[in-house]
Design a protein around this ligand. Structure first.
Ligand SMILES: [Fe+2]
Length: 230
């Protein structure tokens, strides 16, 4: 398990998998209190419970970046097990209904005070209609909006490369270079790189023209590497 000690939070990375699908769910703990929130719990409940227990963490909330199964899979179970709320953006819940889940919702940039942390959800639609990145302490949790080497696919209802271009542009405007970035999947390089490094190395963050971005994002051959997780 990966642990990063930042100024105000510790970030615990749980690599969890189901078959060939590998996700990273992130536990973010307030360094002063050991209260914590979890982003995108999936696949391995025992791994998550064990990580919380071994590190003496008190889980206060579940945060979900978007509704895809590999990000939402254990949201209800973890919420029920610890008796804590689970959150997703209002636009994601409304667009996809999600009525089988008991989600609390938030708006763009509405500060969530959880685990003694001021959590800022940044709405970054594109991969899905209400995809969200969470800015917590010195860290940004991006789900499938942006990875170290790429960005989310834009397939299925509510996905939009046009919106994803705008969302990535917004992140470039609003996120400081020193912020550490924790996506939901890993392809090549270590997660937790800083935003300045992603801005330099991630080709999707370097395409200035919207139409060029859309054509590149939607190219057919990009699908073949999208599920080669490590
Ligand atoms: Fe996704």
């Amino acid at each position: 398990m990966k642990v990063d000690t930042l100024d105000t939070v510790n970030v615990y990375g749980c690599r969890v998998s189901s078959g060939r699908t590998v996700n990273y769910c992130w536990i973010i703990a307030n360094r002063l209190t050991n209260q914590a929130v979890i982003v995108d719990p999936a696949w391995e409940l025992a791994t998550i419970v064990d990580t919380l227990h071994k590190n003496g963490l008190q889980l206060k909330a579940v945060l979900v970046t978007h509704h895809h199964h590999d990000h939402i899979h254990l949201a209800d179970s973890v919420s029920a097990l610890y008796g804590i709320p689970a959150f997703i953006s209002k636009s994601e819940r409304d667009f996809y209904s999600l009525s089988e889940h008991q989600f609390f919702t938030f708006y763009d940039s509405e500060i969530l005070s959880l685990a003694g942390l001021a959590i800022r959800p940044i709405l970054t639609p594109g991969h899905t209609a209400g995809s969200t990145c969470f800015l917590i302490g010195e860290a940004l949790f991006t789900g499938d909006t942006v990875f170290n080497e790429g960005c989310g696919m834009c397939v299925g209802r509510g996905a939009s490369p046009d919106q994803l271009f705008a969302s990535l542009h917004r992140l470039k405007e609003e996120i400081s270079d020193s912020i550490k970035v924790y996506p939901g999947h890993r392809y090549l390089t270590e997660l937790g790189a800083d935003w300045g490094t992603l801005k330099k190395n991630n080709i999707y963050l370097n395409i200035k023209d919207k139409d060029t971005f859309i054509n590149f994002r939607m190219r057919a051959e990009s699908i073949k590497n999208a599920f080669v997780f490590i």
